[in-house]
Design a protein around this ligand. Structure first.
Ligand SMILES: [Zn+2]
Length: 261
């Protein structure tokens, strides 16, 4: 892939395949969290939603090993598809911890009370096949986010397959937002990171819209001004922080200022 192709590319697959580096795991996890947050309403199971929150804390060292293990363990449950199986729905729909996802799938219109009542084969999943695949695939993405890097140190191929199959998954712009241009690695000039820049950068990172996960553009614009005032002349960084496209945690320019990449 050339730099020209990178800038124009709209397919995440080849863009993820060329990634490497010491912070690859952090970047991939935040990339996945941002992508999943853009499809938040499709996370029908609370355990998938909880897992995203734990992953986001974990990349900053703010999740305990136990929280991380629990979230990983529970994130697998929605991938089994039991919430679409009549035997499970009938057995557990009054169970406090299981009821929410069934209720949510009913609210989303994925299946109806009549579908549940009239299902003859207890083991045959109910609900629109296409919708079900989309929902289950997204649950897989959340689960695989816990082991997104292979032993060889690249992005897991199986995970990339799930992303390629996911309806509505963000295209190339989210990869560019998180990973930055690999053809222009940025040296970090610490003298530009004044206390003001540091405080503004941290606030821009912490304060965000949920569940979309988008950072506030006005905060990033103010940060860009402060950075320029501090003597930074790097047009790529200054322009990126002022760009109107969505910014999320893991934003390459913000991570650079926070010393996270
Ligand atoms: Zn950004």
């Amino acid at each position: 892939m050339t730099e020209e192709e990178w800038v124009e590319c709209d397919d995440p697959k080849p863009m993820l395949e060329i990634q490497s580096g010491a912070t690859l795991e952090r970047k991939v996890i935040l990339y996945l969290c941002a992508g999943v947050r853009s499809l938040w309403m499709s996370l029908y199971d609370r355990r998938s939603r909880d897992a995203i929150a734990v992953l986001e804390r974990a990349v900053d060292g703010l999740a305990s090993p136990q929280d991380y293990r629990d979230a990983w363990y529970f994130a697998e449950s929605p991938t089994f598809g039991y919430d679409f199986a009549p035997f499970f729905i009938r057995e557990y729909r009054d169970d406090e911890s299981e009821a929410e996802s069934v209720r949510r799938l009913l609210d989303m219109g994925v299946y109806t009370e009549e579908d549940i009542a009239s299902a003859v084969d207890e083991n045959e999943f109910i609900g629109n096949v296409r919708v079900r695949d989309r929902l289950q695939n997204l649950a897989h993405v959340v689960y695989h986010a816990f082991h997104c890097i292979t032993r060889e140190g690249c992005v897991d191929e199986h995970l990339i397959d799930h992303l390629s199959r996911q309806d509505g998954w963000p295209r190339g712009s989210l990869v560019r937002e998180i990973f930055g241009n690999p053809f222009r690695p940025k040296p970090l000039d610490l003298s530009r990171i004044t206390p003001t820049v540091e405080t503004l950068a941290q606030a821009a990172y912490d304060d965000r819209t949920v569940p979309s996960g988008e950072l506030y553009k006005d905060r990033l614009a103010v940060l860009s001004d402060a950075l320029e005032d501090a003597g930074c002349t790097d047009a790529d960084i200054l322009t990126h922080l002022r760009s109107p496209s969505p910014h999320v945690r893991g934003c390459w320019a913000l991570d650079l200022l926070l010393g996270k990449s």
